[in-house]
Write a protein that binds this ligand. Structure first.
Ligand code: TRP
Length: 432
């Protein structure tokens, strides 16, 4: 329970570029190597459909490229849980449960949706022109991604903070209605990550068409770097590092000592051609070994597929039981349990309970009942309430099987196994 769970999703709608590498992939891979963190990374391919619908080949290609990129960059599928969203059917299932408790007004306030409304207002179009229900519902799908694994922290860019807040809102509404099922997640925003300039000096971004693909073949990488805009200073003239895209790119890959030397070369009037060659060498030194792994994986998509399947199995070991609990909590249940579930109050909390009471014989007793009200354990009489309380505390902390000294005073009821009692006690422990 106590390990920190960190989860993040990568939308599979594009080819990773150097800006993604420096700003997201490299720091995330480093963070995933920390001890005492349980990391979840997933390919958000359901999200990709929102932006890229009507282009199936592109989604498939991008999913392969992004999966191969993360593995090539050092994400270790044995240490982290690395999976594809659409391999986890519990996520769309949970999306519906959250849809039914999420206020429409909350979604109306989403920045991405509001931006579309503003754009349409400005151009005189219908307010919802070009807005699919998928775009509108996107924050609910994203909440399901996060809550499905009870993540504590979600590393995201600033533009995503609102979505994490919405996920918190949905988690607390759900918990309020149906019992404590979900952890309230927090956004983790790293203000120190570099944003890289692109070929034209503006921020490197797909929407500006100024990117350098992370795994462009070596020759193409060189050509692209030679095309980075500079001013028209001649060789021998001192060059400013401030505002130089070339310099910022170099800095993102170099050690402080290398960066200082590069700054000195600028002051000494290095020719732009030479500076670009040095930049290419420096980037390629870091990227070349990763590129070799990437090219290898791209040539063997079946290996990537196998890794994702293994990741899905790991993820579903968590998602399947949680989805089952949630489904039960909202009332989608086998019908034979219906009569036992009419005690609406006990049901709402969906937790097993201890009841302590005093009998006419003057002795103190307790029983453990399941969330549905079935008695699992029944004690014999204790002389003092304190002894009764101690026995309960012992069971709560260690479970039934691990407390053999209590067995003479504490009987399993008919049809209840020691495992049933242990499971109920574990549920109680997890919830408190
Ligand atoms: N919407 C995120 C983005 O565009 C990607 C994403 C989908 C995500 N689901 C997520 C990020 C869950 C964090 C957690 O960047």
């Amino acid at each position: 329970m106590s390990t920190l769970r960190v989860l993040t999703g990568i939308t599979t709608s594009g080819t990773p570029h150097l800006g993604n590498y420096v700003g997201a992939i490299r720091p995330a891979v480093r963070a995933s190597q920390q001890a005492n963190v349980e990391s979840f990374y997933f390919l958000a391919d359901y999200h990709a459909l929102i932006k890229t619908s009507g282009d199936p080949a592109r989604i498939q290609r991008s999913t392969l490229e992004i999966a191969a990129t993360w593995i090539a960059c050092g994400l270790d599928p044995a240490k982290v849980t690395f999976y594809r969203q659409s391999d986890i059917p519990e996520i769309p299932e949970l999306t519906w449960f959250l849809t039914c408790i999420c206020g429409k007004g909350l979604l109306n306030r989403a920045h991405a949706y509001k931006a579309m409304l503003d754009k349409n207002a400005a151009s005189g179009a219908e307010p919802d022109d070009g807005v699919t229900a998928g775009l509108f519902m996107y924050p609910v799908l994203m909440a399901a991604d996060i809550l499905m694994f009870n993540a504590h922290q979600v590393p995201v860019g600033r533009d995503q903070i609102q979505h994490i807040e919405m996920a918190r809102d949905m988690a607390s509404s759900f918990n309020h209605l149906y019992g404590e099922h979900f952890t309230l997640p927090e956004a983790l925003v790293d203000d120190h990550v570099a944003t890289l300039p692109g070929l034209d000096g503006r921020k490197m971004s797909k929407s500006y068409d100024n990117t350098i693909p992370l795994f462009a073949p070596r020759e193409q990488l060189k050509k692209l770097i030679l095309g980075i805009v500079t001013d028209s200073k001649m060789p021998g003239e001192a060059k400013a590092t401030e505002g130089s895209a070339l310099f910022q790119l170099y800095q993102a890959f170099a050690t402080p000592a290398e960066t200082a030397a590069f700054a000195q070369a600028f002051a000494d009037g290095i020719a732009w051609g030479e500076a670009k060659q040095q930049l290419f060498d420096r980037i390629d030194r870091e990227i070349a070994p990763l590129r070799a792994t990437y090219d290898d994986l791209m040539g063997h998509p079946e290996r990537v597929e196998a890794l994702l399947q293994a990741g899905a199995a790991k993820a579903r070991a968590i998602a399947t039981p949680l989805a089952a609990r949630v489904k039960h909590a909202v009332g989608l249940r086998p019908l034979q349990a219906a009569s036992a579930s009419t005690t609406a109050k006990a049901d709402k909390a969906a937790l097993p309970t201890f009841k302590q009471y005093r009998e006419k014989d003057g002795l103190f007793y307790f029983k453990l009942a399941s969330a549905q009200g079935h008695v699992l354990l029944q004690s014999s009489g204790f002389a003092a309430p304190k002894e009764c309380g101690q026995a309960i505390a012992q069971l709560k902390t260690h479970g039934y099987s691990a407390s053999p000294a209590l067995h003479p005073q504490c009987q399993l009821s008919d049809g209840t196994s020691a495992t049933d009692a242990d499971t109920a006690l574990q549920t109680l422990r997890d919830a408190t």
